[in-house]
Design a protein around this ligand. Structure first.
Ligand SMILES: NC(=O)c1ccc[n+]([C@@H]2O[C@H](COP(=O)([O-])OP(=O)(O)OC[C@H]3O[C@@H](n4cnc5c(N)ncnc54)[C@H](O)[C@@H]3O)[C@@H](O)[C@H]2O)c1
Length: 339
């Protein structure tokens, strides 16, 4: 069977993980890496001896590749992905797909016009724990979903040309879209720039979904603890996905509150009954989500099928971030998202 020849653009922090996975996949061949910094190329060639290494990613267009993976800083995604598509290459772009929704839409349309695969690296959509969480929501076991809360906090890594929301919230927003299977109606956001002027390092984002489901996304580069947590609160049960745990990442709490209204004389009073039952820890068979993502990219190319996290998914996340950014800069009011 023919293998898919892949080039990786950007070999900084995340690019090496993508390169390793494509190198290891039997259905792919890691042919080349491009990075503007020669020292990064030296690192790559030290690891993969046959690798072609270029400082200018345009050199990759001469190599008879099938696909390119873009793992450069977000501000460069649009230009690099566009040129790759124009050279008839299938493209996997890291998150966020672009910094502007008009640019993301252009990439989606360009890929569609040329019959090419355009996929965005929403890695958590390939995570077995997130899949399990979705099953709990969809089966109705948690009851009616009241709200979701996500927290992605740590000390660093500060980025110069981004803010914490654009850096970290794409993960949580893509997870929320996947879990709920619908798009939010409106968003508001509040940010703080504690360390560098004008660069938000802490942000709180509130999304309102149809059915009056609220989701609260807290992202921070300025927290003493590493937190990667998603809480889903339903009328029957509550679920917590804690990605920092090495085992038992998901716990289902049979906990909840029932309100009983009754009349006592002329006063209407409320009473609650709390229930606190067992904690269930489902057994989840883990594989590396990034490997699943890379494999899915290759399969989408070979089978000519739309990837789960396609360009439109990337576009939706950018639209939400754009609207949230607008809210952040304009008094944190709720803004309708124009779909
Ligand atoms: N899916 C995930 O879980 C995940 C995790 C981390 C980062 N990311 C994403 O990966 C991307 C890269 O992030 P990073 O943390 O690796 O950044 P980084 O700054 O560590 O690395 C980026 C690399 O790109 C190179 N580069 C920049 N412009 C270039 C150009 N025009 N041509 C060639 N090379 C160029 C730089 O020299 C650098 O080595 C970002 O979009 C980020 O959001 C995704």
């Amino acid at each position: 069977m023919a293998v898919t020849k892949v080039g990786v653009v950007g070999y900084g922090y995340w690019g090496p993980n993508l390169a390793r996975n494509f190198y290891e996949l039997p259905s792919a061949e890691l042919v080349a890496v491009a990075d503007a910094k020669p020292e990064r190329l030296k690192q790559a060639q030290g690891k993969y001896t046959q690798l072609i290494a270029k400082t200018d990613y345009r050199e990759l267009f001469k190599l008879d590749l099938d696909a390119v993976v873009v793992a450069t800083p977000p501000a460069t995604h649009y230009q690099i992905a566009k040129e790759c598509l124009e050279h008839n290459l299938h493209v996997l772009v890291e998150k966020p797909i672009t910094l502007k929704s008009v640019d993301a839409l252009e990439l989606v349309e360009l890929a569609a016009a040329r019959g090419l695969t355009l996929m965005v690296g929403h890695t958590f959509e390939y995570n077995a724990a997130v899949h399990a969480l979705k099953k709990y929501i969809d089966s109705g076991e948690l009851g009616e979903i009241y709200y979701l809360d996500t927290a992605r906090l740590n000390l660093g890594l500060f980025q110069r040309d981004s803010n914490v929301m654009w850096d970290l919230a794409p993960h949580d927003i893509s997870i929320l879209l996947y879990l709920l299977g619908k798009r939010p109606i409106s968003v508001s956001a509040q940010g703080m720039a504690c360390v560098f002027d004008g660069i938000y390092d802490v942000a709180y984002v509130n999304l309102v979904f149809p059915g009056n489901i609220s989701a609260f996304v807290h992202v921070s580069w300025l927290d003493p603890c590493k937190v990667r947590r998603i809480t889903v609160v339903g009328s029957k049960k509550m679920a917590v996905y804690n990605d920092v745990e090495s085992e038992n990442k998901i716990k289902i709490y049979d906990k909840g509150v029932n309100s009983h209204e009754y009349t006592n004389g002329s006063f209407g009073e409320f009473q609650c009954s709390y229930h606190s039952g067992d904690i269930t820890i489902p057994s989840i068979r883990f594989t590396e989500p990034l490997r699943e993502e890379c494999q899915h990219f290759i399969e989408s190319i070979v089978n000519q099928t739309e990837p789960s996290s396609d360009g439109r998914d990337g576009l939706e996340v950018v639209k939400i971030l754009e609207t949230a950014q607008h809210s952040m800069s304009n008094g944190q009011t709720h803004q309708a998202i124009s779909w």
